[in-house]
Design a protein around this ligand. Structure first.
Ligand code: GRF
Length: 215
């Protein structure tokens, strides 16, 4: 049975689109149960509706984090989901929310970040990497814990910065990689190839990826 996911997004939704396309073309075996966006004018809302997904617009404006997350949890309660997939969801989740979907050895929220973490965490990763003059950057899909862009890394891939790159061409190369990498990472989850190893000495959890899907 397909893995059930909830998609969370805040804006354009090109990663949501890439995920939906991978499902449509048969390279990704997950079943989105709903899409939740926190911005009223987010174009991703149209994508969710066009895909006939239960689509919730839950604006965070004028609400405390806890009030907003209570509304999100209410929407999620009517769906039976295995994982939350953050696809450009530009909001930190509180520890209170995370405890529903993350334990030290079983994380159930994934995120995509446009840098080779732990380099360039934060909301301007493309700009920060480009302005630093990196020769190589990357994309990371990781599990979410209480610290921003910190949780166990599921998959990472690098991309080059070319000498004649502008920020726009650099970003476009990274985004194309995001669109390939996120569906691939989710497919690892769908194939049950992901396990966690907790290292008590350094109090950190690592993702171990089985090479082949178990029979
Ligand atoms: C992506 O670059 C993603 O890595 C970052 O926010 C951006 C969202 O883009 N977290 P989109 O809405 O998926 O087009």
């Amino acid at each position: 049975m397909s893995l059930k996911i909830a998609l969370f997004a805040s804006g354009r939704g090109s990663n949501v689109q890439a995920i939906l396309k991978a499902i449509e073309t048969g390279t990704l075996d997950v079943s989105p149960q709903c899409l939740i966006a926190n911005m009223e004018d987010a174009p991703v809302l149209d994508l969710g509706r066009a895909a006939n997904l239960p689509t919730y617009c839950i604006p965070h404006k004028n609400l405390s984090r806890e009030q907003h997350e209570a509304d999100v949890l209410k929407a999620l309660a009517s769906h039976n989901i295995d994982y939350i997939v953050l696809a450009g969801y530009m909001r930190m989740l509180t520890p209170g929310f995370l405890k529903n979907y993350a334990a030290v050895d079983h994380y159930r929220i994934v995120n995509i970040h446009p840098s080779m973490l732990p380099a360039f965490p934060g909301t301007h990763a493309y700009e920060d990497a480009f302005n630093q003059g990196v020769k190589t950057s990357g994309v990371t899909v990781h599990f979410v814990d209480e610290i921003m862009d910190n949780g166990p890394i599921l998959i990472q891939e690098s991309f080059p910065r070319h000498d004649d790159d502008t920020l726009e061409t650099f970003k476009a190369r990274g985004l194309a990689l995001e669109h390939r990498l996120y569906p691939q990472a989710l497919q690892y989850l769908a194939e049950n190839r992901v396990s966690f190893r907790y290292d008590a000495d350094i109090d950190r959890c690592f993702v171990e990826l089985k090479t082949h899907a178990p029979c």
